[in-house]
Design a protein around this ligand. Structure first.
Ligand code: GAF
Length: 388
């Protein structure tokens, strides 16, 4: 494996330089934020994400033989296999690349090997979807290398399937969609049932999006994620006995939950009612966004956090602390945990001019309360996955 001198701060593209030749396909694929609409995607609800200025970068070079060589520059690790018999690995990181390669293999398109070097400035495990960023980088690079000409939406679905089969997180479609379809200075209002979407320009002249990284990643994250998904499906099954047309929580009303789920399973009821409320919150928040009422929008974010913490129970004490700290601060319009939960970042809408002092204040308070360092990211909204 080629190495890069230690202790030098290099940009992602500088890090990739030793792996680039004339045939190399270079891809930038961003992480994502989500303003509101959490754990709604796999329930065929709505989400409001955007691609960000932190990304995964992949240099993929075709080979004449059937060999696959993967290099993680950041982890200083490598993997080698053959296109015909590679499998899911015990090690985590190669799965995000191999899972996507497997999607091409299943379609009979993986006809030759490749070398792929990966680096990222999107932090891993911070809830910014570094995994979808990597998967989209790979799907776009392999699509170019194998000349498959897949539509962006097909590639998004391949990335999602890859995540289900190799890393084995039964994720929804939001992360891959946002990373692929991102548009500079716009959020994406996505209907996860029809997959219809609209770009909403986000005027950030009066506020900034600040992420506070809790710096924790509780290990139950992915197992509990799959449990939440199963609980939602259980709620749907209970209602379906009486309403056969019901396919997902999208078709379920609060009335149905009260009648057919609450008497049978109170926990499942709580999970499902959170999802229905979160969808309603998102729709209301989108109206506020169109009216430019970011104060009202921010209130919905706080309500979303409350639901995620108390009803859906995917927050943790560190995330609750970060939200609680800003809740009564007039310079913070709204805040909530973001992504799957059990760690990662909170997302905050902070008035322009108050950003620096807020970061200083939260950094100090978080350290005093938890003994941990928080990292703050002032985030910009950027374009989605692109070949450079
Ligand atoms: C993770 C998943 F990957 C998404 O699909 C989504 O469900 C999110 O958690 C919660 O909204 O990021």
């Amino acid at each position: 494996m080629q190495t890069v001198a230690k202790n030098t701060i290099l940009s992602p593209l500088e890090k990739l330089k030793p792996f680039i030749s004339e045939q190399t396909i270079l891809v930038r694929s961003p992480g994502r934020i989500n303003l509101i609409g959490e754990h709604t995607d796999y329930n065929e609800g709505y989400v409001l994400p955007a691609a960000i200025d932190k990304a995964a970068y992949l240099a993929l070079t075709p080979r004449a033989d059937n060999q696959i060589n993967l290099f993680s520059i950041d982890l200083e690790d490598q993997y080698s296999g053959d296109i015909h018999d590679f499998e899911r690995t015990e090690k985590s990181w190669p799965n995000y690349i191999l899972g996507v390669a497997d999607q091409f293999r299943q379609r009979g398109k993986l006809t030759s090997g490749f070398d792929a070097a990966l680096t990222a400035d999107v932090p891993i495990g911070a809830g910014l979807s570094s995994s979808a960023a990597v998967e989209n980088a790979v799907v776009m690079a392999l699509d170019a290398m194998l000349d498959t000409g897949y539509e962006k939406l097909t590639m998004v679905k391949m990335s999602q399937k890859a995540e289900h089969t190799f890393p084995r997180l039964m994720c929804g479609i939001m992360d891959m969609f946002a990373s692929m379809f991102g548009k500079k200075n716009n959020v994406i209002r996505l209907d996860c049932r029809s997959l219809e979407y609209a770009y909403e320009p986000l005027d950030m002249s009066d506020f900034k999006i600040v992420l506070f990284d809790s710096n924790v990643e509780h290990s139950l994250g992915s197992s509990e994620y799959n449990v939440r998904r199963a609980q939602c499906e259980e709620g749907v099954a209970l209602v379906k006995q009486y309403y056969p047309h019901v396919l997902s929580l999208r078709d379920v009303t609060m009335d149905m939950l009260n009648k057919y789920v609450l008497p049978v399973n109170e926990l499942v009821y709580r999970r499902c009612s959170y999802v229905l409320e979160e969808n309603a919150r998102l729709l209301a928040a989108c109206e506020y966004l169109e009216e430019g009422d970011m104060q009202a929008f921010g209130k919905k974010m706080y309500e979303s956090h409350e639901g995620l913490s108390k009803k859906y129970e995917v927050s943790c004490k560190e995330l609750d602390f970060l939200v609680e700290q800003v809740k009564n601060n007039p310079d913070v319009l709204g805040a909530r945990m973001m992504g799957g939960g059990f760690g990662g970042c909170t997302i905050n809408l902070v008035k322009e001019g108050a950003v620096e002092s807020l970061i200083a204040e939260i950094t100090k308070a978080y350290k005093a309360a938890t003994g941990l360092d928080t990292k703050a990211y002032i985030t910009k909204i950027e374009d989605g996955t692109t070949i450079l």
